[in-house]
Write a protein that binds this ligand. Structure first.
Ligand code: SAM
Length: 450
Protein backbone atom coordinates (compact mmCIF):
# COMPACT_ATOMS: atom_id res chain seq x y z
CA UNK A 1 0.00 0.00 0.00
CA UNK A 2 2.99 2.29 -0.35
CA UNK A 3 2.60 3.26 -3.94
CA UNK A 4 -0.98 3.83 -4.91
CA UNK A 5 -1.88 5.69 -8.06
CA UNK A 6 -4.50 8.20 -7.03
CA UNK A 7 -6.82 10.35 -9.09
CA UNK A 8 -8.64 13.24 -7.43
CA UNK A 9 -11.47 14.54 -9.63
CA UNK A 10 -12.45 18.19 -9.26
CA UNK A 11 -14.56 20.79 -11.05
CA UNK A 12 -13.16 22.13 -14.31
CA UNK A 13 -10.97 25.14 -13.71
CA UNK A 14 -9.92 23.99 -10.25
CA UNK A 15 -7.14 21.55 -11.28
CA UNK A 16 -4.25 23.98 -10.69
CA UNK A 17 -5.49 24.96 -7.23
CA UNK A 18 -6.01 21.29 -6.36
CA UNK A 19 -2.45 20.39 -7.41
CA UNK A 20 -1.14 23.14 -5.09
CA UNK A 21 -3.42 21.91 -2.32
CA UNK A 22 -2.06 18.34 -2.68
CA UNK A 23 1.47 19.72 -2.34
CA UNK A 24 0.47 21.60 0.80
CA UNK A 25 -1.28 18.60 2.36
CA UNK A 26 1.51 16.13 1.64
CA UNK A 27 4.33 18.63 2.19
CA UNK A 28 6.70 19.02 -0.75
CA UNK A 29 6.34 17.62 -4.23
CA UNK A 30 4.15 14.47 -4.36
CA UNK A 31 5.44 11.74 -6.67
CA UNK A 32 4.18 11.97 -10.25
CA UNK A 33 1.85 14.87 -9.48
CA UNK A 34 0.05 15.85 -12.69
CA UNK A 35 -2.88 18.15 -13.40
CA UNK A 36 -5.24 16.68 -15.93
CA UNK A 37 -8.52 17.84 -17.31
CA UNK A 38 -11.02 17.43 -14.46
CA UNK A 39 -8.59 16.31 -11.78
CA UNK A 40 -5.13 15.63 -10.43
CA UNK A 41 -3.19 12.35 -10.37
CA UNK A 42 -0.31 11.41 -8.11
CA UNK A 43 1.42 8.50 -6.41
CA UNK A 44 0.88 8.19 -2.68
CA UNK A 45 0.91 5.79 0.24
CA UNK A 46 -2.23 4.53 2.00
CA UNK A 47 -1.55 6.96 4.83
CA UNK A 48 -1.22 9.88 2.37
CA UNK A 49 -4.47 8.81 0.73
CA UNK A 50 -6.18 9.12 4.14
CA UNK A 51 -4.56 12.55 4.66
CA UNK A 52 -5.83 13.74 1.29
CA UNK A 53 -9.38 12.61 2.05
CA UNK A 54 -9.31 14.34 5.41
CA UNK A 55 -7.75 17.60 4.28
CA UNK A 56 -8.69 18.36 0.68
CA UNK A 57 -11.22 21.15 0.25
CA UNK A 58 -11.18 21.08 -3.54
CA UNK A 59 -11.31 17.43 -4.66
CA UNK A 60 -14.65 15.71 -5.21
CA UNK A 61 -13.26 12.33 -4.16
CA UNK A 62 -10.04 10.31 -4.01
CA UNK A 63 -9.87 7.27 -6.30
CA UNK A 64 -7.26 4.49 -6.31
CA UNK A 65 -6.60 3.39 -9.89
CA UNK A 66 -6.43 -0.41 -9.90
CA UNK A 67 -6.29 -1.34 -13.57
CA UNK A 68 -6.22 0.13 -17.03
CA UNK A 69 -6.48 -1.55 -20.40
CA UNK A 70 -7.69 -1.38 -23.98
CA UNK A 71 -11.26 -2.25 -24.85
CA UNK A 72 -13.34 -2.43 -27.95
CA UNK A 73 -16.52 -4.13 -26.77
CA UNK A 74 -18.37 -4.83 -23.52
CA UNK A 75 -16.73 -8.28 -23.31
CA UNK A 76 -13.32 -6.59 -22.97
CA UNK A 77 -14.60 -4.67 -19.96
CA UNK A 78 -15.68 -7.95 -18.38
CA UNK A 79 -12.30 -9.59 -18.98
CA UNK A 80 -10.24 -6.67 -17.63
CA UNK A 81 -12.53 -6.17 -14.61
CA UNK A 82 -12.43 -9.87 -13.74
CA UNK A 83 -8.63 -9.82 -13.63
CA UNK A 84 -8.58 -7.29 -10.76
CA UNK A 85 -8.06 -8.86 -7.31
CA UNK A 86 -11.17 -7.25 -5.78
CA UNK A 87 -10.94 -9.72 -2.89
CA UNK A 88 -7.88 -7.71 -1.70
CA UNK A 89 -10.09 -4.65 -1.30
CA UNK A 90 -13.36 -5.88 0.16
CA UNK A 91 -15.23 -8.87 1.56
CA UNK A 92 -17.98 -10.88 -0.06
CA UNK A 93 -20.34 -9.84 2.76
CA UNK A 94 -19.99 -6.17 1.80
CA UNK A 95 -22.17 -4.43 -0.78
CA UNK A 96 -20.84 -2.59 -3.82
CA UNK A 97 -21.89 -0.33 -6.66
CA UNK A 98 -20.38 0.39 -10.06
CA UNK A 99 -20.26 4.01 -11.27
CA UNK A 100 -19.38 4.76 -14.87
CA UNK A 101 -18.21 7.85 -16.73
CA UNK A 102 -17.14 8.10 -20.36
CA UNK A 103 -15.60 10.45 -22.88
CA UNK A 104 -15.88 9.57 -26.57
CA UNK A 105 -16.70 5.93 -25.80
CA UNK A 106 -18.08 4.09 -28.86
CA UNK A 107 -20.21 1.83 -26.63
CA UNK A 108 -23.95 2.18 -27.14
CA UNK A 109 -25.08 1.82 -23.54
CA UNK A 110 -23.08 2.91 -20.54
CA UNK A 111 -25.58 1.14 -18.28
CA UNK A 112 -24.85 -2.12 -20.04
CA UNK A 113 -21.11 -1.45 -19.76
CA UNK A 114 -21.48 -0.89 -16.01
CA UNK A 115 -23.50 -4.10 -15.78
CA UNK A 116 -20.64 -6.02 -17.42
CA UNK A 117 -18.17 -4.71 -14.85
CA UNK A 118 -20.59 -5.52 -12.03
CA UNK A 119 -20.90 -9.10 -13.36
CA UNK A 120 -17.11 -9.42 -13.57
CA UNK A 121 -16.65 -8.35 -9.93
CA UNK A 122 -19.45 -10.68 -8.75
CA UNK A 123 -18.22 -13.63 -10.85
CA UNK A 124 -14.68 -13.25 -9.56
CA UNK A 125 -15.91 -13.50 -5.98
CA UNK A 126 -18.19 -16.43 -6.82
CA UNK A 127 -15.33 -18.34 -8.49
CA UNK A 128 -13.03 -17.74 -5.52
CA UNK A 129 -15.39 -17.84 -2.54
CA UNK A 130 -18.49 -19.66 -3.74
CA UNK A 131 -20.71 -16.62 -3.24
CA UNK A 132 -20.92 -13.06 -4.54
CA UNK A 133 -21.28 -9.64 -2.90
CA UNK A 134 -24.64 -7.88 -3.28
CA UNK A 135 -25.20 -4.62 -5.07
CA UNK A 136 -26.55 -1.63 -3.13
CA UNK A 137 -27.09 1.42 -5.33
CA UNK A 138 -27.94 3.74 -2.45
CA UNK A 139 -25.59 3.06 0.43
CA UNK A 140 -22.90 0.68 -0.84
CA UNK A 141 -19.92 -0.17 1.34
CA UNK A 142 -17.67 0.04 -1.70
CA UNK A 143 -17.83 2.03 -4.95
CA UNK A 144 -16.05 0.84 -8.08
CA UNK A 145 -15.43 3.54 -10.71
CA UNK A 146 -15.13 2.82 -14.42
CA UNK A 147 -13.89 5.51 -16.78
CA UNK A 148 -13.97 4.92 -20.52
CA UNK A 149 -12.21 6.94 -23.17
CA UNK A 150 -12.33 6.09 -26.85
CA UNK A 151 -10.44 2.80 -26.42
CA UNK A 152 -9.09 2.84 -22.85
CA UNK A 153 -10.72 1.51 -19.73
CA UNK A 154 -9.71 2.68 -16.27
CA UNK A 155 -10.92 0.90 -13.14
CA UNK A 156 -10.67 2.56 -9.74
CA UNK A 157 -11.79 1.89 -6.24
CA UNK A 158 -13.21 4.85 -4.39
CA UNK A 159 -11.78 5.79 -0.99
CA UNK A 160 -14.10 8.69 -0.16
CA UNK A 161 -17.61 7.20 -0.04
CA UNK A 162 -19.99 10.14 0.04
CA UNK A 163 -18.60 12.94 -2.19
CA UNK A 164 -16.13 15.12 -0.38
CA UNK A 165 -18.18 18.32 -0.65
CA UNK A 166 -20.33 16.69 2.04
CA UNK A 167 -18.28 17.79 5.01
CA UNK A 168 -20.69 16.38 7.57
CA UNK A 169 -21.86 19.70 9.04
CA UNK A 170 -24.63 20.75 6.68
CA UNK A 171 -28.05 19.68 7.84
CA UNK A 172 -29.96 22.76 6.85
CA UNK A 173 -29.95 23.51 3.19
CA UNK A 174 -30.60 26.91 1.72
CA UNK A 175 -32.56 27.25 -1.47
CA UNK A 176 -29.43 27.34 -3.63
CA UNK A 177 -26.49 26.41 -1.42
CA UNK A 178 -23.05 26.46 -2.93
CA UNK A 179 -21.17 23.21 -2.85
CA UNK A 180 -18.49 23.42 -0.19
CA UNK A 181 -15.86 22.46 -2.80
CA UNK A 182 -16.90 25.44 -4.96
CA UNK A 183 -16.82 27.86 -2.03
CA UNK A 184 -13.32 26.55 -1.28
CA UNK A 185 -12.35 27.04 -4.95
CA UNK A 186 -13.57 30.67 -4.77
CA UNK A 187 -11.43 31.23 -1.69
CA UNK A 188 -8.42 29.54 -3.31
CA UNK A 189 -8.78 31.62 -6.50
CA UNK A 190 -9.05 34.86 -4.50
CA UNK A 191 -5.86 34.18 -2.54
CA UNK A 192 -7.70 35.15 0.66
CA UNK A 193 -5.80 32.69 2.85
CA UNK A 194 -2.46 34.13 1.77
CA UNK A 195 -3.48 37.70 2.68
CA UNK A 196 -2.73 37.70 6.39
CA UNK A 197 -5.34 39.20 8.64
CA UNK A 198 -7.72 40.12 5.80
CA UNK A 199 -11.36 40.05 6.92
CA UNK A 200 -14.04 38.33 4.82
CA UNK A 201 -17.67 39.37 4.41
CA UNK A 202 -20.41 37.58 2.46
CA UNK A 203 -23.44 39.90 2.34
CA UNK A 204 -25.76 37.26 0.74
CA UNK A 205 -24.49 34.37 2.83
CA UNK A 206 -27.47 31.99 2.54
CA UNK A 207 -26.60 28.85 4.50
CA UNK A 208 -23.14 30.30 5.21
CA UNK A 209 -20.98 28.08 2.99
CA UNK A 210 -18.32 30.65 2.03
CA UNK A 211 -17.96 32.02 5.56
CA UNK A 212 -17.87 28.54 7.12
CA UNK A 213 -15.24 27.25 4.67
CA UNK A 214 -13.15 30.37 5.29
CA UNK A 215 -13.48 30.09 9.07
CA UNK A 216 -12.46 26.43 9.02
CA UNK A 217 -9.41 27.37 6.94
CA UNK A 218 -8.49 30.10 9.39
CA UNK A 219 -9.02 27.82 12.40
CA UNK A 220 -7.10 24.96 10.70
CA UNK A 221 -10.10 22.65 11.02
CA UNK A 222 -9.71 19.74 8.58
CA UNK A 223 -12.75 19.72 6.26
CA UNK A 224 -13.32 15.98 6.70
CA UNK A 225 -12.95 15.82 10.48
CA UNK A 226 -16.72 15.41 11.05
CA UNK A 227 -17.41 12.67 8.49
CA UNK A 228 -16.75 9.07 7.58
CA UNK A 229 -14.86 7.87 4.50
CA UNK A 230 -15.16 4.96 2.09
CA UNK A 231 -11.64 3.72 2.90
CA UNK A 232 -12.88 2.80 6.39
CA UNK A 233 -14.77 -0.06 4.70
CA UNK A 234 -11.82 -1.37 2.68
CA UNK A 235 -9.74 -4.37 3.80
CA UNK A 236 -6.35 -2.60 4.10
CA UNK A 237 -7.89 -0.12 6.57
CA UNK A 238 -6.52 -0.09 10.12
CA UNK A 239 -8.25 2.02 12.73
CA UNK A 240 -5.22 3.00 14.79
CA UNK A 241 -3.11 4.88 12.17
CA UNK A 242 -6.28 6.64 11.03
CA UNK A 243 -7.02 7.71 14.60
CA UNK A 244 -3.46 9.06 14.86
CA UNK A 245 -3.94 11.12 11.68
CA UNK A 246 -7.21 12.53 13.01
CA UNK A 247 -5.70 13.28 16.43
CA UNK A 248 -2.85 15.16 14.78
CA UNK A 249 -5.32 17.19 12.73
CA UNK A 250 -7.28 18.09 15.87
CA UNK A 251 -4.09 19.23 17.59
CA UNK A 252 -3.42 21.66 14.73
CA UNK A 253 -6.70 23.50 15.29
CA UNK A 254 -6.34 27.07 16.50
CA UNK A 255 -8.35 30.12 17.53
CA UNK A 256 -9.55 32.47 14.77
CA UNK A 257 -6.98 35.00 13.59
CA UNK A 258 -9.24 37.22 11.50
CA UNK A 259 -12.76 38.51 11.28
CA UNK A 260 -15.37 36.75 9.13
CA UNK A 261 -18.89 38.06 8.59
CA UNK A 262 -22.03 36.87 6.85
CA UNK A 263 -25.44 38.42 6.42
CA UNK A 264 -28.57 37.62 4.48
CA UNK A 265 -31.87 39.35 4.00
CA UNK A 266 -33.67 36.16 5.01
CA UNK A 267 -33.56 35.55 8.74
CA UNK A 268 -34.40 31.91 8.09
CA UNK A 269 -31.16 31.57 6.13
CA UNK A 270 -29.18 33.35 8.82
CA UNK A 271 -30.53 30.81 11.30
CA UNK A 272 -29.45 27.95 9.04
CA UNK A 273 -26.02 29.50 8.60
CA UNK A 274 -25.61 29.88 12.36
CA UNK A 275 -26.59 26.26 12.99
CA UNK A 276 -24.28 25.04 10.23
CA UNK A 277 -21.41 27.06 11.69
CA UNK A 278 -22.03 25.49 15.07
CA UNK A 279 -21.84 22.00 13.58
CA UNK A 280 -18.71 22.96 11.64
CA UNK A 281 -17.00 24.08 14.85
CA UNK A 282 -16.69 27.72 13.76
CA UNK A 283 -19.66 29.50 15.33
CA UNK A 284 -17.22 31.48 17.46
CA UNK A 285 -15.31 32.60 14.36
CA UNK A 286 -18.15 34.13 12.32
CA UNK A 287 -20.59 36.98 12.90
CA UNK A 288 -23.88 36.20 11.14
CA UNK A 289 -26.63 38.80 10.98
CA UNK A 290 -29.80 39.51 9.03
CA UNK A 291 -29.96 42.43 6.64
CA UNK A 292 -30.22 43.68 3.10
CA UNK A 293 -26.93 43.67 1.17
CA UNK A 294 -28.01 46.94 -0.44
CA UNK A 295 -28.10 48.83 2.81
CA UNK A 296 -25.75 47.06 5.17
CA UNK A 297 -22.60 49.02 5.90
CA UNK A 298 -19.12 47.49 6.18
CA UNK A 299 -18.81 45.33 9.28
CA UNK A 300 -15.47 46.92 10.17
CA UNK A 301 -13.53 50.06 9.38
CA UNK A 302 -10.49 48.39 7.84
CA UNK A 303 -11.16 47.24 4.28
CA UNK A 304 -11.40 43.51 3.78
CA UNK A 305 -12.67 41.11 1.13
CA UNK A 306 -16.29 40.82 0.01
CA UNK A 307 -17.10 37.42 -1.45
CA UNK A 308 -20.56 36.64 -2.70
CA UNK A 309 -22.60 34.19 -4.71
CA UNK A 310 -25.58 36.51 -5.17
CA UNK A 311 -29.16 35.61 -6.08
CA UNK A 312 -29.03 34.86 -9.79
CA UNK A 313 -32.40 33.95 -11.24
CA UNK A 314 -36.12 34.24 -10.79
CA UNK A 315 -36.17 31.31 -8.38
CA UNK A 316 -33.53 33.07 -6.29
CA UNK A 317 -34.66 36.64 -6.83
CA UNK A 318 -33.03 39.45 -4.98
CA UNK A 319 -34.99 40.33 -1.88
CA UNK A 320 -34.84 43.30 0.44
CA UNK A 321 -34.77 46.76 -1.14
CA UNK A 322 -34.37 45.37 -4.66
CA UNK A 323 -37.13 42.84 -4.19
CA UNK A 324 -39.55 45.26 -2.60
CA UNK A 325 -42.71 45.74 -4.61
CA UNK A 326 -42.28 42.29 -6.12
CA UNK A 327 -44.38 40.44 -3.59
CA UNK A 328 -41.67 39.76 -1.05
CA UNK A 329 -43.56 41.43 1.76
CA UNK A 330 -42.52 38.96 4.41
CA UNK A 331 -38.85 39.31 3.61
CA UNK A 332 -39.25 43.08 3.51
CA UNK A 333 -40.62 43.05 7.02
CA UNK A 334 -37.67 40.96 8.11
CA UNK A 335 -35.29 43.33 6.38
CA UNK A 336 -36.68 46.28 8.25
CA UNK A 337 -36.57 44.51 11.58
CA UNK A 338 -32.93 43.60 10.85
CA UNK A 339 -32.05 47.28 10.88
CA UNK A 340 -31.45 47.01 14.59
CA UNK A 341 -28.37 44.80 14.32
CA UNK A 342 -27.73 43.76 17.88
CA UNK A 343 -24.28 43.61 19.41
CA UNK A 344 -22.93 40.19 20.04
CA UNK A 345 -21.68 39.86 23.53
CA UNK A 346 -17.89 39.39 23.40
CA UNK A 347 -18.21 37.07 26.39
CA UNK A 348 -20.05 34.55 24.14
CA UNK A 349 -17.01 34.54 21.97
CA UNK A 350 -14.22 32.24 23.13
CA UNK A 351 -11.86 33.60 20.49
CA UNK A 352 -11.24 36.82 22.35
CA UNK A 353 -12.12 40.47 22.22
CA UNK A 354 -11.28 41.34 18.65
CA UNK A 355 -14.22 39.62 16.95
CA UNK A 356 -16.63 40.93 19.52
CA UNK A 357 -15.29 44.44 19.06
CA UNK A 358 -15.64 44.24 15.29
CA UNK A 359 -19.20 43.07 15.65
CA UNK A 360 -19.85 46.30 17.44
CA UNK A 361 -19.03 48.20 14.24
CA UNK A 362 -21.42 46.08 12.26
CA UNK A 363 -24.19 46.61 14.75
CA UNK A 364 -26.80 49.16 13.90
CA UNK A 365 -24.89 50.32 10.83
CA UNK A 366 -27.73 49.99 8.37
CA UNK A 367 -28.35 52.99 6.21
CA UNK A 368 -31.97 53.87 5.63
CA UNK A 369 -33.83 51.78 3.11
CA UNK A 370 -36.04 53.54 0.58
CA UNK A 371 -39.79 53.26 1.16
CA UNK A 372 -40.97 49.89 -0.09
CA UNK A 373 -43.47 51.24 -2.60
CA UNK A 374 -40.78 53.46 -4.15
CA UNK A 375 -38.16 50.72 -4.16
CA UNK A 376 -36.70 49.55 -7.46
CA UNK A 377 -37.40 46.11 -8.91
CA UNK A 378 -35.01 43.21 -8.38
CA UNK A 379 -33.48 43.60 -11.85
CA UNK A 380 -31.74 46.66 -10.42
CA UNK A 381 -30.16 44.64 -7.63
CA UNK A 382 -26.69 44.60 -9.15
CA UNK A 383 -26.51 48.24 -10.12
CA UNK A 384 -27.73 49.19 -6.63
CA UNK A 385 -25.22 46.83 -5.06
CA UNK A 386 -22.43 48.40 -7.12
CA UNK A 387 -23.46 51.93 -6.08
CA UNK A 388 -23.61 50.86 -2.46
CA UNK A 389 -20.16 49.27 -2.61
CA UNK A 390 -18.63 52.24 -4.48
CA UNK A 391 -19.99 54.64 -1.92
CA UNK A 392 -19.41 52.71 1.28
CA UNK A 393 -16.86 49.95 0.72
CA UNK A 394 -13.91 51.84 -0.70
CA UNK A 395 -10.66 49.94 -0.30
CA UNK A 396 -12.44 46.57 -0.24
CA UNK A 397 -11.86 43.89 -2.87
CA UNK A 398 -15.08 42.24 -3.99
CA UNK A 399 -15.33 38.79 -5.59
CA UNK A 400 -18.65 37.90 -7.21
CA UNK A 401 -19.51 34.45 -8.60
CA UNK A 402 -22.09 34.56 -11.37
CA UNK A 403 -23.24 32.73 -14.49
CA UNK A 404 -24.00 36.17 -15.96
CA UNK A 405 -20.96 37.11 -18.02
CA UNK A 406 -22.36 40.61 -18.54
CA UNK A 407 -22.45 41.35 -14.83
CA UNK A 408 -19.56 43.89 -14.79
CA UNK A 409 -21.43 45.92 -17.44
CA UNK A 410 -24.64 45.76 -15.43
CA UNK A 411 -22.79 46.86 -12.31
CA UNK A 412 -20.91 49.53 -14.29
CA UNK A 413 -17.71 48.23 -12.72
CA UNK A 414 -14.56 47.13 -14.48
CA UNK A 415 -13.31 43.81 -13.19
CA UNK A 416 -9.61 43.47 -12.35
CA UNK A 417 -9.72 39.68 -12.65
CA UNK A 418 -12.08 37.02 -13.91
CA UNK A 419 -11.76 33.37 -13.03
CA UNK A 420 -13.75 30.70 -14.89
CA UNK A 421 -15.40 28.28 -12.45
CA UNK A 422 -18.18 25.71 -12.89
CA UNK A 423 -21.15 25.52 -10.54
CA UNK A 424 -22.13 21.94 -11.42
CA UNK A 425 -23.04 22.11 -15.11
CA UNK A 426 -23.31 25.93 -15.10
CA UNK A 427 -20.36 27.87 -16.44
CA UNK A 428 -19.64 30.82 -14.19
CA UNK A 429 -17.11 33.57 -13.74
CA UNK A 430 -15.79 34.89 -10.49
CA UNK A 431 -15.19 38.60 -11.07
CA UNK A 432 -12.90 40.67 -8.90
CA UNK A 433 -13.71 44.34 -8.41
CA UNK A 434 -11.36 46.61 -6.47
CA UNK A 435 -13.40 49.30 -4.81
CA UNK A 436 -11.00 52.21 -5.15
CA UNK A 437 -11.50 55.16 -2.86
CA UNK A 438 -12.99 58.15 -4.63
CA UNK A 439 -13.71 56.26 -7.85
CA UNK A 440 -17.15 55.53 -9.09
CA UNK A 441 -16.10 53.20 -11.84
CA UNK A 442 -14.41 50.52 -9.77
CA UNK A 443 -10.89 49.90 -10.80
CA UNK A 444 -7.99 48.72 -12.77
CA UNK A 445 -8.29 47.12 -16.17
CA UNK A 446 -9.32 43.51 -16.50
CA UNK A 447 -6.43 41.09 -16.36
CA UNK A 448 -6.25 37.94 -18.44
CA UNK A 449 -8.71 35.20 -17.61
CA UNK A 450 -7.10 33.11 -14.89
C1 SAM B 1 -27.45 32.00 -4.28
S1 SAM B 1 -27.98 32.23 -2.64
C2 SAM B 1 -26.48 32.19 -1.72
C3 SAM B 1 -26.18 30.79 -1.28
C4 SAM B 1 -25.05 30.72 -0.31
N1 SAM B 1 -23.77 31.05 -0.92
C5 SAM B 1 -25.04 29.34 0.32
O1 SAM B 1 -24.06 28.65 0.17
O2 SAM B 1 -26.04 28.93 0.90
C6 SAM B 1 -28.37 33.91 -2.58
C7 SAM B 1 -28.80 34.42 -1.22
O3 SAM B 1 -29.02 35.82 -1.34
C8 SAM B 1 -30.01 36.17 -0.41
N2 SAM B 1 -30.53 37.49 -0.80
C9 SAM B 1 -31.42 37.83 -1.77
N3 SAM B 1 -31.58 39.17 -1.81
C10 SAM B 1 -30.78 39.68 -0.85
C11 SAM B 1 -30.52 41.01 -0.40
N4 SAM B 1 -31.11 42.06 -0.95
N5 SAM B 1 -29.65 41.17 0.62
C12 SAM B 1 -29.03 40.12 1.20
N6 SAM B 1 -29.25 38.83 0.81
C13 SAM B 1 -30.10 38.63 -0.20
C14 SAM B 1 -31.01 35.03 -0.47
O4 SAM B 1 -31.78 34.99 0.72
C15 SAM B 1 -30.07 33.83 -0.66
O5 SAM B 1 -29.80 33.23 0.58
Amino acid sequence: MNSLTLFLPCAAGVEGYLAQECQRILGGEPTALASQRGGVSLQASWSEMMQLNLRTRLAQRVLIQVKSGFYRAEEDLYTVAKSVPWEMWFKVEQTFKVEITAQYSPLKSLNFAALKVKDAVADRFRDLKGSRPSVDVKWPHVRVYVHLTQDQLLLSIDTSGEPLFKRGWRLDKGEAPLKETLAAAMLAASGWEEQDGLALYDPCCGSGTIAIEAAQMDCHIAPGIFRKFGFENLLPFQASPWQTIKNRARQEERAPTRAIFGSDVSHRMVDFAQQNAERAGVAHAIEFRGGDALVRMPPQETPGMLMVNPPYDERMSALGVAGAGKGFGRERAQMNSAAAWEHRSPSRDPSGASVGALAGNMAGDLVGAPAADKAPASADFFSLLASHWKKNFSGWQAWVLTPNLKLPGQMRLKESRRVPLWNGPIECRMFKFDMVKGSNTGVKKAGPEA
